[in-house]
Design a protein. Structure first.
Length: 129
């Protein structure tokens, strides 16, 4: 019934964002010339999984409240080598790798768009199911 997940990035500089996904992340793509997309690129983003987090919760006595939103996270097996490889291709990161409990995390700057989280998960992964 469902064949895949299609995610969207809304960018102030779509050309730069697409070039980053193609050239830095190395994602293969097809060109959409039929959907009125003027040759927009559609990227293969690899295996995926989807989590749902509450907007309000209490954990270890601390109250968490977040607005409804979506987050794109890129997963990797070794965050140190992935960060080094992406930096060698011109990627820029915000801050340093941090341990967030569920995984090792760093924010990846995406030209023309919001940052994406890059993380090495410590939790069981669903994308291999």
């Amino acid at each position: 019934m469902i064949t895949s997940i299609h995610t969207l990035i809304y960018s102030d500089d779509a050309t730069a964002t697409r070039a980053f996904l193609r050239d830095v992340l190395g994602w293969p793509c097809v060109e959409d010339v039929q959907g009125g997309g003027e040759g927009w690129l559609i990227f293969k983003a690899g295996p995926s999984e989807l989590g749902v987090h509450p907007t309000h919760s209490v954990h270890d006595g601390k109250v968490y409240k977040l607005p409804r939103h979506h987050l794109i996270s890129l997963m990797c097996d070794n965050i140190s080598s992935t960060v080094a490889e992406l930096k060698s291709k011109g990627a820029v990161f915000r801050g340093e790798v941090q341990d967030h409990g569920y995984g090792l995390v760093i924010m990846l700057a995406v030209p023309g768009a919001d940052d994406m989280m890059l993380y090495e998960p410590k939790h069981p992964v669903a994308y291999k199911l």
